[in-house]
Design a protein around this ligand. Structure first.
Ligand code: DGL
Length: 274
């Protein structure tokens, strides 16, 4: 049964990632849609998704999406994880009749707009790059953009440990980003929602003339457009509620998550998945 319009407007936006990375998107959503209720799931008990087989990531993503739509009653879903979106966005979209927004297409669009020399670097997890999703997206955009893709194994683990500016991550970045420097990209799409937390290191290594693009803001603009078009946006009034769920250590999730997202992350609840 379709709920009355005002009830639909009051339902939260659901958003998930393997861990803290989706908080970059949550930040943009809170800033751009300050009236909306939000429920965030960080699957920190099972991160990282990047090195896992595609079938397993798809299973995890479907489980969380089902939970957010069926049990929480979310009105829209944001798959704020490139690794999950690259292998499960279509499955999730087919399973549910709420709008589902991913992070790949908005990020790619922004990168294609930002490039001046037509050479766009895309970095992501092993799973994202191996899925070929960005390569397909780049080819389908027909904008004459050359996409140079590179996996960056290890970046996510540094972020999850809270080590975003260490010498070790700098050394790793020098090694992993070298092919992109050689390819002379002028724009680098951070194709993993964890990577904006490493923007300083990545920017230092790539050089100031390379534009770094994160999908967070573009994704939030897509969400805004979708909910306005459907007339399910929540009107400003009573303060929105934000719920933060983690499948791992909840105290660590609050401590680290608050540092990364900001004061809205006051407390977290444990979610048991699988
Ligand atoms: N934030 C996820 C992404 O965008 C991280 C992946 C991981 O858990 O490896 O791909």
């Amino acid at each position: 049964m379709v709920p009355p319009a005002d009830a639909a407007n009051e339902r939260p936006i659901g958003i998930f990632d393997s861990g803290f990375g989706g908080l970059t998107v949550a930040r943009s959503l809170i800033d751009l849609l300050p009236a909306e209720h939000l429920v965030y799931v960080g699957d920190t008990g099972r991160y990282p998704y990047g090195p896992r087989p595609a079938d397993q990531v798809r299973k995890f993503a479907i489980e969380i999406a089902d939970y957010l739509v069926t049990e929480v009653g979310c009105k829209l879903l944001v798959v704020a994880c490139n690794t999950a979106a690259s292998v499960a966005l279509d499955d999730i979209t087919e399973r549910h009749d709420v709008p589902v927004v991913g992070v790949l297409e908005p990020g790619m669009r922004a990168a294609a707009q930002a490039t001046r020399n037509g050479r766009v670097g895309i970095i992501g997890t092993v799973g994202t790059i191996a899925s070929g999703a960005y390569q397909r997206l780049g080819a389908s955009m027909a904008s004459g953009v050359v996409a140079v893709c590179a996996a960056c194994p290890g970046f996510v683990e540094f972020v999850e440990r809270g080590e975003t500016g260490s010498d070790q991550v700098h050394v790793l970045a020098e090694r992993l980003l070298a092919p992109l420097r050689r390819a002379q990209v002028d724009t680098l799409l951070l194709g993993c929602t964890h990577y904006p937390y490493l923007a300083r290191t990545i920017g230092d290594v790539m050089g100031r003339e390379v534009v770094l693009v994160s999908s967070a803001d573009e994704t939030a603009f897509d969400v805004l457009a979708r909910i306005e078009r459907l007339g399910i946006d929540r009107q400003p009034g009573q303060a929105p509620s934000h719920r933060w769920l983690s499948s791992g250590d909840v105290d660590w999730f609050v401590e680290m998550g608050r540092r990364l997202l900001g004061p809205e992350l006051e407390s977290a609840e444990r979610i048991s998945v699988a």
